[in-house]
Design a protein around this ligand. Structure first.
Ligand SMILES: NC(=O)C1=CN([C@@H]2O[C@H](COP(=O)(O)OP(=O)(O)OC[C@H]3O[C@@H](n4cnc5c(N)ncnc54)[C@H](O)[C@@H]3O)[C@@H](O)[C@H]2O)C=CC1
Ligand SMILES: O=C(O)[C@@H]1CCC=N1
Length: 275
């Protein structure tokens, strides 16, 4: 039975995805507490997911054992300073999902003795297909590591990275990653309509193809490169399309985009107004 009492400070997009996933995976809504400054957001979470909601961040800390910080990076400092006394008093385990906020900043705000797990989840947690990487500070004990890992594992895969700085790359790959695939879906859908398909047909074909490609790549022991080559008959249609992608610098563009996301994550960690 999943009886951990889990709190969320900030009940926006990522928190909603995580909470929905936690409930779908067997966590009791009554063991989940969420605070937010947006009353509408709280109302919607209480109605949809039957979780406990409150406008008070301190109440979330006082009712739970693990506190997930799920506000925007630029809001995190104020929130952390505000809940620090309650967190120190309860010796809560803190899990931060904020992009680009270092453990150093978090412990400066929350107290040097606070056990902090920094992680980078992604929104497919909503459908229990999330991908999360985690890193713990040296105040986190083995039991707390398990607790954090189990929470994230209940909504998808969870893995630990050795160095905190790897989270910048993780953010660029899997944190932001769903948006890249959605962008490709948008572009393919638009092109399919240009080719004369109806919007409904275009969307259905694009989405089912994305699902099929992801499933085959995950289930097969073969590399995406080999799987691609298997679709690409010499002199056929796929080859023509792949050549067009390559002539347009597709791989270079993907690399440039991921570097830009990684650099932004580093930049955020060094930005005085965030840290
Ligand atoms: N959206 C995504 O795909 C991912 C987001 N993240 C991280 O998750 C965090 C949240 O991002 P989103 O959910 O996208 O943002 P969001 O804007 O949807 O959610 C943030 C929530 O915090 C609330 N909030 C603002 N000030 C508050 C306060 N003082 N006390 C309590 N709640 C307050 C807002 O009303 C809002 O509902 C960010 O730090 C982001 O870096 C991490 C991985 C993926
Ligand atoms: O765009 C962002 O900054 C956040 C972090 C990863 C996904 N969304």
């Amino acid at each position: 039975m999943k009886t951990q009492k889990i709190g969320f400070i900030g009940g926006g997009n990522m928190a909603s995805s995580l909470i929905s996933g936690l409930i779908a995976s067997g966590h009791e809504p009554g063991n989940i507490w969420v605070s937010d400054i947006n009353a509408e957001q709280l109302k919607s979470l209480a109605e949809r997911l039957k979780v406990n909601t409150t406008a008070s961040n301190d109440t979330v800390v006082n009712q739970t054992d693990v506190v997930v910080l799920a506000v925007k990076p630029q809001t995190l400092r104020d929130v952390a300073l505000q809940v620090a006394p309650a967190i120190q008093q309860r010796k809560s385990l803190v899990v931060s999902i904020a992009a680009g906020i270092s453990e150093r900043s978090l412990s400066a705000w929350l107290g040097a003795e606070t056990a902090i797990v920094r992680c980078m989840p992604n929104t497919p947690a909503l459908v229990l297909t999330g991908a999360t990487a985690l890193h713990a500070n040296d105040k986190v004990n083995a039991e707390q590591r398990n607790t954090a890992e189990n929470i994230l594992r209940s909504v998808g895969i969870a893995l630990w990275v050795k160095e905190e700085k790897e989270l910048d790359a993780v953010t660029a790959v899997s944190g932001s990653g769903p948006a890249y695939y959605f962008l490709l879906m948008e572009a393919m859908e638009q092109a399919a309509v240009e080719l004369g398909l109806t919007e409904d047909t275009a969307r259905l074909l694009v989405l089912q193809t994305a699902l099929g490609a992801a499933k085959i790549a995950l289930e097969s022991s073969e590399s995406p490169e080999l799987l691609r080559k298997r679709v690409t008959s010499p002199g056929g249609t796929t080859q023509r399309a792949i050549e067009t992608f390559q002539q347009g610098g597709f791989s270079e563009l993907v690399s440039k985009a991921l570097h830009a996301a990684r650099d932004r994550s580093i930049e955020m960690s060094n930005q005085p107004e965030f840290n």
